[in-house]
Design a binder for this molecule. Sequence first.
Ligand code: HEC
Length: 149
Amino acid sequence: MKALIPFAVVLTLAGCDKGADSPRGFSLPEGNPSKGEQVFMKYQCLACHSLKGYNTDNIEPELANRVLLGGNVSQIKTYAELVTSVINPSHKIAQNYIPSEVSDDQGHSKMRNYNDAMTVSELVDLVAFLQPQYQLVPFKRTDYPIYLP
Ligand code: HEC
């Protein structure tokens, strides 16, 4: 039993990303979702995005097809992921879209860069507004009927 302990430690350490660029230690102060909604409108996120409950009829589109925000996800959307999507959008390009519609020839996101415009407080509130727009829907296993001969 004792001999197994170092082995378990190695496995645990290997399982987590300890690099300087890992999300370890990341924590946001509590944001205000209703202020976040104002931030969302102020920066005209709806020019390129759609979000359930928000009308885009009177907003000039900046993309051929708006990229959906919120909705059902099989894995919880973390604050870290949302902050990354806003301040470093090319880190991970949204899936399920035609690449040329959402990124340029070099693979950079077509998302606008707000890093020199948005305050940190605005970012924190924005993320507090966005996170609950994603609903976790656990992956549903398909139950196949058992046919008995
Ligand atoms: C000029 C167009 C444009 C504007 C304006 C824009 N975005 Fe985006 N955004 C994109 C595109 C294109 C993508 C998909 C490529 C990518 O993942 O970066 C994206 C992706 C995202 C994602 C990740 C979506 C996913 O499914 O992975 C989030 C979150 C997001 N945007 C939030 C925002 C917020 C919040 C604003 C306003 C502050 C905003 N965007 C403004 C173009 C835009």
